[in-house]
Design a protein around this ligand. Structure first.
Ligand code: SF4
Ligand code: SF4
Length: 460
């Protein structure tokens, strides 16, 4: 078995003469698992925008307002650390899962795989089984062939359009999006993005399929550096399978000098990327397990033990496995946990209001008609809660100081409000040229929502 595959090691996938891969549908444990996981992911993808948490769409990345609603929490560009943390967790988890379970993401979770298998399923329902599809493509164009092809592409396009619209619902409020669709009121921008996502989905899942993984996916390029000889991969047990060869069920393979591979070619026929796993670990393999199910089916028919092709590791095949726990895996898991803990602590300690203050840069201070000292400030108050809030403003640090802004300050949910105010103090109360002050804002009906920021008061 090869490891850390280089591009020059690539084995060209065996395809039909016209370059098309006609995937045979396969039943079995891993295909059932993949379909169930894929179905659940599609359901979540479609349903999530329709769910509300705290009266807000559960996930809405509002790029116009630069607000990201995630399960009741609203993130702003100011929450950059949380957003960066999310990317870090995703990266460490990907490293962790890839080092341990290989390309499980590609085979079972990647939208490209889920949609491609969905499109293959539609193709099979309309054009028939693998052999029927091969025959159909060989036939000259006829009304029957054109109708089948047209129907397939129309259904593919409809699925792509629905997928594109559902994807955009993560960026535009979903109810608005669909009511505008029904009344034909989509803006040019919305129509453009839905058109683009429709074309991309149709092109990727209908036409490009495995080419997307081979030539465009960056993860497919760098995942091999995370592999080691304990990483789980789909592999053919060469020692057991070779020499391969056809035989009758009753034949004794040992007497014929044969291994357990009956050379039925099923593992190749079901492979969505068109490779022969018996040629060794290959860069194209997405670990979908279809060849395992196919081979297990053949092994059962011949009364041989299952597992000629299996999820295993190079070390296991060589009988030298020390188990999946190793320093690399533990480090990725620990790093993920550290970043997740940091994010949880940040979320728990996040206050639903932010305050920043800047002084009037033109004048340090002014003396008014009463000979009192005035300093001007600009406050920026960001309401990060999901409702309109009214805040009380207090200033501490100088006895007798008064503010030009004494009434409650109302800020809508998600609004960043500018407040300009002047603080005034009598010269008798001012003991030094620069006095440290603290601005405190507190939600009128919830004292837990409070934040304070320090600034300076200049005089004399
Ligand atoms: S070789 Fe097997 S596991 Fe790999 S992509 Fe093909 S069918 Fe899936
Ligand atoms: S499915 Fe199994 S028995 Fe059939 S060709 Fe592939 S490895 Fe050999």
């Amino acid at each position: 078995m090869k490891q850390n595959i280089n591009p020059q090691d690539l084995i060209i996938a065996p395809k039909n003469a016209n370059g098309t891969i006609y995937v045979r549908q396969q039943k079995g444990f891993f295909q059932r698992l993949r379909r169930n996981i894929g179905g659940l992911l599609v359901l979540l993808f479609l349903a999530l925008p329709w769910l509300d948490v705290n009266s807000k769409q559960s996930i809405l990345l509002d790029l116009d307002l630069l607000q990201f609603h995630v399960f009741g929490m609203t993130l702003f560009p100011q929450d950059f650390t949380l957003i960066a943390g999310l990317f870090m967790v995703a990266t460490f988890l990907l490293f962790f899962v890839t080092s341990w379970l290989g390309r499980i993401w590609c085979g079972f979770l990647c939208p490209q795989t889920v949609w491609s298998f969905g499109y293959i399923w539609i193709e099979e329902k309309i054009e028939g089984t693998r052999n029927q599809r091969i025959n159909l493509d060989k036939q000259p164009w006829s009304v029957k062939k054109i109708s089948k092809k047209m129907l397939k592409h129309l259904v593919w396009l409809a699925v792509a359009f629905f997928s594109g619209t559902s994807f955009l619902a993560y960026f535009v409020p979903v109810r608005e999006l669909y009511s505008d669709m029904l009344t034909l009121q989509w803006s040019g921008t919305v129509s453009f993005w839905i058109g683009l996502f429709t074309i991309c989905t149709y092109g990727n899942a209908g036409w490009l399929r495995e080419k997307m993984c081979h030539h465009m996916c960056p993860y497919a390029r760098f995942q091999s550096v995370m592999f080691d000889n304990e990483t789980l991969v789909v592999a053919y047990d060469e020692n057991r399978g070779e020499g391969r060869g056809a035989r009758k069920r009753k034949d004794d393979p040992k007497a014929l000098g044969l291994g357990d591979c009956v050379d039925c070619n099923l593992c190749v026929d079901v492979c969505p990327v068109g490779i022969d796993i018996r040629d060794g670990l290959q860069y194209e393999c997405i670990d979908c397990g279809a060849c395992i199910d196919a081979c297990d089916q053949t092994m059962t028919q011949f009364n041989y033990p299952k597992g000629l092709i299996s999820y295993t590791s190079e070390a296991k095949l060589a009988g030298k496995s020390a188990g999946p726990l190793r320093a690399k895996i533990i480090s990725y898991a620990v790093l993920s946990l550290i970043v997740i803990s940091g994010m949880v602590a940040t979320v728990v300690n996040t206050v639903a209001v932010e305050l920043s203050i800047s002084r009037d840069r033109n004048v340090l201070y002014r003396i008014n008609d009463n000979d009192d000292i005035e300093n001007s400030y600009q406050l920026k108050i960001l309401n990060k809660s999901s409702q309109t809030m009214r805040y009380q403003l207090k200033v501490t640090g100088l006895v007798g100081i008064s503010s030009s802004k004494n009434q409650l300050i109302e800020v809508a949910s998600g609004e960043l409000l500018d407040v300009v105010l002047t603080l005034t103090a009598s010269p008798e109360d001012i003991k030094q040229p620069v006095t440290k002050l603290t601005f405190i804002i507190e939600a009128n009906d919830n004292p837990d929502i409070t934040v304070s920021t320090e600034t300076r008061f200049f005089a004399l």
